[in-house]
Design a protein around this ligand. Structure first.
Ligand code: CO
Length: 220
């Protein structure tokens, strides 16, 4: 494990390297940020937004919490969405779950871990909602994978229903909501096929994505 001194030394080296490669980088960046993407992902240390999408600082606005959950009463997440959409005018909101998510596993298995159980309960609600799909899986590992996907779909749904996103669409603002699941084993992103750019696109895309999740498990 790195010591704190090591972290600070590494930061100095990184800053010096960037300035060597692009002398005006930090000066440009300090004047404004204009990211086109809002990333809503899991806090898991293995799923860093910028690195996965090969993006430099300034390119993606990020909100992360355990199991990438969007709750209608979570002022933190809602504020991030509102600022990203209304002020930064991002064009894409990416909900990015990941296979092997410990938060999703805790929700699936109703684990008792402490205060966090109350947060994870939102994932358990997703499992209850899609009990029929999960029960049809042959193994616990498959149920875990499918719940990682279903959880992303539900968070895409929650985002599309926020007043912030509905208002943006109503005034004709360009904004798409997507659902992805990242694979820890190979670093690849699995696209759940959600590209919602208008309110009426949500229901058919959600139904199609759910149907794919039901069928796909036979191929994996
Ligand atoms: Co996770």
């Amino acid at each position: 494990m790195k010591t704190i001194d090591r972290l600070l030394a590494d930061n100095k080296l990184w800053s010096e390297r960037i300035q060597r490669e692009d002398p005006t980088f930090f000066e440009r960046l300090s004047r404004q940020q204009a990211p086109e993407y809002l990333w809503i992902g899991c806090s898991d240390s293995r799923v860093p937004a910028n690195q996965i999408m090969n993006m430099a600082p300034g390119e993606v606005f990020v909100h992360r919490n355990i199991a990438n959950v969007v709750v209608h009463t979570d002022l933190n997440c809602l504020s991030v969405i509102q600022y990203a959409v209304d002020v930064l005018k991002v064009k894409h909101i990416l909900v990015v779950g990941h296979y092997g998510c410990g938060g999703v596993l805790a929700g699936l298995d109703r684990m008792r871990l402490g205060l966090v159980d109350n947060w994870i309960r939102h994932v358990t609600d997703v499992a209850f909602k899609h009990e029929a799909i999960l029960d049809a899986m042959d193994s616990h590992a498959l149920r875990h994978d499918r719940l990682c996907e279903l959880n992303v779909l539900e968070q895409v749904a929650n985002i599309c229903k926020t007043t912030v996103v509905r208002d943006a669409w109503e005034r004709g603002q360009e904004l798409a909501v997507h659902g992805w699941v990242y694979t820890l084993r190979d670093g690849r992103v699995h696209d759940l096929g959600m590209d919602v750019t208008r309110p009426d696109e949500f229901a058919p895309q959600y139904a199609a994505a759910l149907a794919r999740i039901r069928i796909d498990h036979e191929d994996r």
